[in-house]
Design a protein around this ligand. Structure first.
Ligand SMILES: Nc1ncnc2c1ncn2[C@@H]1O[C@H](COP(=O)(O)OP(=O)(O)OP(=O)(O)O)[C@@H](O)[C@H]1O
Ligand SMILES: [Mg+2]
Length: 330
């Protein structure tokens, strides 16, 4: 059995993309940052990426990097925190400009403008902006390893299915545009005109689709991407992880492993505080359930630290457990 992420992620020929999924607040950002730092120490050029509006990576690396592009926070370790709201805003402006150009308008009619503006609030817009940014970084291929820290809603799994939704959407549109183009060509031939010039919109749609397809193909390949679920030793997290595993299966993604975070230390067992020893016994019973349900899927365990792990020193401490699996905690 593999214990610790080093053998899974940092081995020769390991995956180039790692995603930590899981419910809010259980340790996705902490795990992403710790793995990214450990990979950089192992001489990989790493990009740790997030779109969290709470700027959690800024917080954990103790540097203000939000919306600043790729920032090198340690040798080989680059961190980028996308301002997804700003990206959505820019995208909306671009759409408006295109409509103006296409219809040769000075101003967009107010009712259409209101309609476009209202789509800013759509979660789908936020997610596609995020996806777009992730796919762009991956397509550029400047790094040995990409660690994507998922935002704090859902499991990050809805984000993953978003690529599928967008792909089918773009495919449908492409199909419609291609049909229209065939008719255009026939019509212009009949009129004896030369063929219509390259359809710019269609080209653009194809580019989006190709980018997304490359990205989703990449995600689905076990040798290229590794997904980890982060959970805690609590029954609520067990149920939630079970549901997430189902969701993963239904979209054809296999899990590289489960990371158990915030494991209470063993010496809590004999604590003079009845509260603490009770909590520990509770954890022990949940651990039995976890072993029974998830067994070998659990590949690492991180103890509950007395303080929030922050900064490079804090992350090194997390990485000892997450990446090198220094101890089995129970
Ligand atoms: N092993 C640990 N010991 C102590 N504190 C921890 C541990 N792991 C995470 N924390 C703390 O728990 C909080 C949530 O962790 P983190 O931000 O990594 O979770 P997340 O899954 O990224 O949350 P979100 O879904 O909101 O993005 C943070 O304050 C973090 O410092
Ligand atoms: Mg987070």
């Amino acid at each position: 059995m593999v214990w610790g992420l080093r053998d899974i992620v940092l081995r020769e020929g390991g995956p180039r993309m790692v995603i930590f999924a899981g419910k809010g607040g259980l340790g996705k950002t902490t795990s992403s940052a710790a793995l990214a730092y450990a990979a950089a120490l192992a001489k990989k050029k790493v990009l740790c990426f997030s779109t969290d509006p709470q700027a959690s990576l800024s917080d954990i690396f103790e540097r203000n990097i939000f919306g600043k592009g790729e920032v090198e926070v340690a040798p080989n370790l680059y961190v980028v925190e996308i301002d997804a709201d700003a990206k959505v805003g820019a995208y909306i402006e671009e759409v408006k400009q295109r409509i103006k150009d296409m219809y040769k308008l000075e101003e967009i009619p107010p009712e259409i403008e209101a309609y476009i503006d209202s789509s800013v609030a759509e979660p789908a817009m936020y997610e596609s902006a995020t996806y777009d940014a992730m796919a762009d970084y991956l397509a550029r291929g400047d790094y040995d390893l990409y660690v994507f820290d998922m935002p704090p809603f859902g499991h990050g799994i809805r984000m993953l299915t978003m690529a599928d939704v967008l792909t089918s959407w773009v495919e449908k549109l492409t199909e419609v545009r291609e049909k229209a183009r065939e008719y255009d060509e026939i019509a212009s031939k009949l009129k004896g005109e030369r063929l219509v010039k390259e359809d710019e919109i269609l080209n653009e749609l194809k580019q989006i689709r190709d980018k997304l397809t490359t990205f989703t193909d990449f995600m689905r390949e076990r040798t290229k991407s590794a997904f980890f679920m982060v959970m805690t030793p609590e029954m609520m997290s067990v149920h939630d992880t079970e549901r997430a595993l189902e969701a993963f299966k239904s979209i054809g993604l296999s899990l590289a492993g489960i990371v158990l975070n915030k494991v209470l230390p063993r010496d809590f067992h004999s604590s003079p505080s009845p509260y603490i020893s009770y909590r520990y016994r509770q954890q022990e019973s949940v651990m039995r359930v976890i072993e029974e349900k998830f067994g070998d899927l659990v590949v690492a365990a991180i103890p509950m630290f007395p303080r929030e792990p922050k900064g490079l020193d804090g992350l090194r401490e997390v990485a000892k457990h997450l990446v090198d699996g220094v101890t089995k905690l129970w």
